[in-house]
Design a protein around this ligand. Structure first.
Ligand code: MG
Ligand code: MG
Length: 265
């Protein structure tokens, strides 16, 4: 069953999302060749706890960290560890914040230094596809309209959409109904209406769509070992319109200050 949220509840999720956006930005500052993924995790956890939140992912079903950091061919759910970022990598960094009883969830994929042109295109396309999905979050549309829009945009660009992992409702629980696939058919699925809060999170592969789970029980990677990107926003339907509660604004301020390369869609 879907828990539709009141305006007051959505306001709390928005507060949670502000902490999350700023935690992401602290991590963004440190995304450079040579830093370990565990060090990035520590930055996020410290920031979230210092601002009155709790990292949503830590201990979620036994997950050991505050961030999921998924490098290169890793799609999602990578566990931070001793790996050190290097020039040419991409790092998908996913984070959630639990604050005043509500979760927010968002993800961003970083290029570490210069990446191949095809990989840069993968990042741009994946981020743009997220907004194509959000555009379909309109009263009277259905969840399938979101996935269909993401899938069409991604496949038009020559990339593929992961099927096994999907977006989700979010609120008092990190993962709630409904599921929000990044593929599908227009006009199918749950009706979108006031108070719906969902995490929309396209996972897009440079190569083929198939994925595999690693032996660590968490990390999902592409079967063809080609890179994969992931962007995510928590979005609410409030006052008849889609409101993006999470934000990339703070991240992109950091990226612009670093290299002037951030693109905003
Ligand atoms: Mg997430
Ligand atoms: Mg999510």
């Amino acid at each position: 069953m879907i828990h539709f949220k009141s305006k007051e509840e959505i306001e709390i999720i928005a507060e949670s999302a502000q902490i999350l956006g700023k935690a992401h930005a602290e991590v963004a500052k440190a995304v450079e060749p040579g830093i370990s993924t565990l060090a990035l995790d520590k930055i996020a956890e410290t920031f979230i706890r210092d601002h009155g939140g709790v990292p949503s992912f830590k201990d979620y079903n036994g997950f050991p960290a505050s961030l999921c950091i998924s490098m290169n061919e890793h799609v999602v759910h990578g566990i931070p560890g001793v790996y050190e970022l290097k020039e040419g990598d991409i790092a998908s960094i996913d984070c959630g914040v639990y604050y005043k009883g509500f979760h927010s969830d968002s993800a961003y994929t970083y290029a570490v230094g210069q990446v191949e042109a095809s990989v840069e295109q993968l990042l741009d396309t994946t981020k743009a596809s997220l907004y194509k999905g959000i555009e379909k979050m309109v009263v009277g549309n259905r969840i399938g309209d979101i996935g269909a829009a993401i899938q069409a945009y991604v496949e038009e660009a020559g990339f593929s959409v992961v099927r096994e992992l999907v977006g989700h409702g979010i609120g008092k629980n990190l993962h709630e109904s409904p599921e929000v696939p990044n593929y599908g058919k227009k006009g199918r699925g749950t009706l979108i209406k006031e108070g719906l809060v969902i995490a929309i999170e396209p996972m897009v592969n440079l190569g083929k769509k198939s994925v595999v789970q690693a032996r660590d029980g968490w990390t999902i990677y592409t079967a063809d070992r080609q890179p994969s990107a992931h962007y995510e926003h928590t979005v609410a339907l409030v006052d008849g319109e889609a409101k993006i509660l999470t934000t990339f604004e703070y991240i992109e301020q950091v990226l612009k200050a670093k290299n002037g390369k951030a693109t905003i869609h």
